[in-house]
Design a protein around this ligand. Structure first.
Ligand code: DGT
Ligand code: CA
Ligand code: CA
Ligand code: ZN
Length: 584
């Protein structure tokens, strides 16, 4: 973690703890503001002196002193003091959707609830209902949130696991004697969450490979270090992630990669196919073997039919090569299955959902566009929030009109990329939109997204989304289910109905590429495509580095079987323009 994000996190925590200990609003807000400002700095704030710090908008004398304190000591006294007052578990409770600071404070002070386990007991005992402002419905909501989190516990979002895995692979590649390294497992399949990171390695000198792996920076604990497998727990942000290193031989690299990439169900199918052909498939290769021996073929010196590469194994099984993302046991191992030409990162030529400082983004229109241009995009759409999203500083009608003018002007001035004026318009709880049609019609693009009332039941939620799809001025439905991975379940989508309606009304359904969202998810994409719908893959850019989310959106879409023809972001400028104007 960079110093800035570390300090920003500390200020965020302080803001929460101040609120929980009843500090005044002004102090709470000053800390929260400081966190936002620090997070957005491009220079390391620990290198600045007091004068430079106080020049930053939102950093006063007191905050500057605390940053200097952190730069000098690596911590902040006020933070330590608050940490000693507020139990860690209370902060965890505060993270639950549906629990605000007021509620967490009441639970703590009046019921002595200081962790999730205590909260679960209190719910089971019906002990929360006499707390001010907590009705039966809100207690049920909290209970669901806890259950939902428990389900996903221990799994790491791909957005955290991938950078770590890449760092590990890169570091191993630099170790003397290491000839091949790759990550396998759920990460290679592009799953939205990862249980552990599986790394395969071919090394001349196994001892130094093992040694390098178990002493990698960030390793917190070595769980095992044996002849062929080492396991460590490694720090990434505030989490510990398990990573396994498996040492394999060059001559069965493909078989090992295939075995440890999985999925388990996919592997089971392949082994069944092998058996039917009188062969045995394992992590050492594909062998001629009738299955009557006690020892495995590789131990009897049987020479494999295929083992060096994955494709040679698929070929020897008379099956088409299956990219890792599709190894899901959804028919891809059947005879005659045809590999779709899946969308690739480089196919994406437009970002259609992005925010500027006008609402809750950190960039100006020009910065946003420069970055898009740097990525080789032909189009960037400016889609700031609409008026009902007050927390996100959504634009009222007057501000939106002025913003449209500003976008048009920026578009005039900037060469090499087209900047379109749009909005991310709230889909209100009844499915109506947050602006009048006249104003929507003045926009080049309308992304309609649900932001509030995200706990609606399926009937209401699907009717709400359907109404937005049917609206003649809408192009894209943004993060349709509203889920947040491991924290909010979101709507239960009737994806078949929504996909069919999206096709009928020429609306694209979004795969929001933010790794906290990945919404639509892989199975939704698959179903929506089967109904003929188009898909948008958007980063929902708020900060410069959010363009990097794209890979996660693409992986999710690939898992759903998306080809570039059906992805609006992969269309040429002319095709995209024709679709957008067809709704004006
Ligand atoms: P994860 O880590 O829970 O996100 O999921 P995976 O798929 O990475 O699973 P993991 O780490 O337990 O194992 C990696 C791959 O190794 C898995 O996808 C298939 C293969 N594998 C592991 N254990 C077995 C097994 O007992 N049987 C079979 N057929 N394959 C296995
Ligand atoms: Ca794994
Ligand atoms: Ca594993
Ligand atoms: Zn957005």
């Amino acid at each position: 973690m960079s110093a800035n994000s570390e300090i920003a996190e500390i200020f965020d925590r302080m803001a929460k703890m101040l609120e929980l200990t009843g500090a005044n609003r002004f102090r709470v807000n000053a800390h929260a503001k400081a966190a936002r400002v620090i997070r957005e700095q491009t220079t390391d704030v620990t290198t600045l002196d007091k004068k430079e710090l106080t020049k930053l908008d939102g950093i006063g004398d007191g905050t500057a002193d605390k940053i200097l304190e952190f730069a000098a000591n690596g911590d902040i006294d006020e933070h330590d003091e608050l940490t000693s007052k507020v139990p860690e578990g209370v902060l965890e409770i505060l993270e639950l959707p549906g629990v605000g600071p007021k509620t967490a404070k009441l639970m703590w002070e009046e019921k002595g609830i200081t962790d999730i386990a205590g909260l679960m007991r209190a719910i089971a005992d019906d002990a929360l209902l006499d707390l001010k402002g907590l009705g039966k419905k809100s207690v049920e909501k909290i209970e669901r949130a806890i259950e939902f989190q428990a389900k996903d516990q221990g799994r790491t979002p791909i957005g955290r696991a991938m950078p770590l895995a890449e760092r590990l692979v890169e570091a191993m590649r630099g170790v003397t004697g290491v000839e091949r390294v790759a990550y396998a497992g759920s990460l290679r399949r592009g799953q939205e969450t990862i249980g552990d990171i599986d790394i395969l390695c071919v090394a001349k000198d196994r001892e130094s490979a093992r040694e390098a792996f178990t002493s990698m920076p960030g390793v917190n604990e070595v769980l095992a270090s044996g002849e062929t497998k080492s396991s460590v727990r490694i720090e990434q942000g505030s989490r510990l992630i398990q990573a396994d290193l498996r040492l394999v031989e060059e001559d069965h690299w493909g078989a090992a990669l295939m075995y440890f990439t999985g999925s388990k169900d996919h592997n089971v199918r392949l082994r069944e196919i092998a058996i039917k052909k009188g062969l045995t498939l394992n992590e050492y290769g594909l062998f001629e073997d009738d299955g009557t021996h006690d020892t495995p073929p590789q131990s009897r010196g049987v020479h494999p039919v295929a083992s060096m590469t994955e494709s040679s194994i698929f070929e020897a099984l008379d099956r088409a090569f299956v990219v890792p993302e599709l190894r899901q046991d959804l028919g891809e191992t059947q005879e005659g299955w045809e590999a779709p030409d899946l969308i690739e990162l480089d196919d994406i030529k437009a970002e259609l959902h992005a925010h500027t400082r006008a609402s809750d983004g950190s960039m100006t229109i020009e910065e946003l566009a420069q970055r898009a241009k740097g990525r080789g995009f032909h189009t960037i759409c400016v889609t700031d929030h609409s008026k009902s999203s007050t927390i996100a500083n959504g634009l009222d009608e007057d501000r939106l009109r002025a913003h449209i003018d500003a976008v048009r002007e920026a578009n005039q001035n900037m060469k090499g990329i087209t900047i379109l004026a749009g909005s991310e318009v709230d889909i209100l709880s009844d499915g109506s939109l947050d602006y009048d049609d006249d104003l929507l019609a003045a926009l080049d693009i309308v992304v309609a997204s649900p932001h509030a009332a995200l706990t609606q039941g399926p009937k209401e939620a699907n009717a709400r989304l359907l109404r937005a799809i049917e609206h003649s001025l809408v192009h894209i439905i943004g993060h349709p289910s509203g889920r947040l991975i491991a924290s909010r379940e979101g709507f239960e989508l009737d994806i078949n109905t929504l996909g069919a309606a999206a096709k009928e009304h020429a609306v694209a359904l979004e795969v929001n590429a933010n790794p906290k969202r990945l919404d639509l998810r892989d199975s939704h994409v698959r179903a929506a495509l089967a109904q003929g719908a188009m898909i948008a893959i958007d980063c929902d850019v708020h900060r410069p580095n959010h363009y990097d989310f794209l890979r996660y959106g693409v992986l999710t879409a690939r898992r759903g079987g998306l080809t570039k023809e059906r992805c609006v972001n992969a269309w040429s400028q002319a095709e995209l323009g024709a679709w957008l104007t067809s709704k004006r």
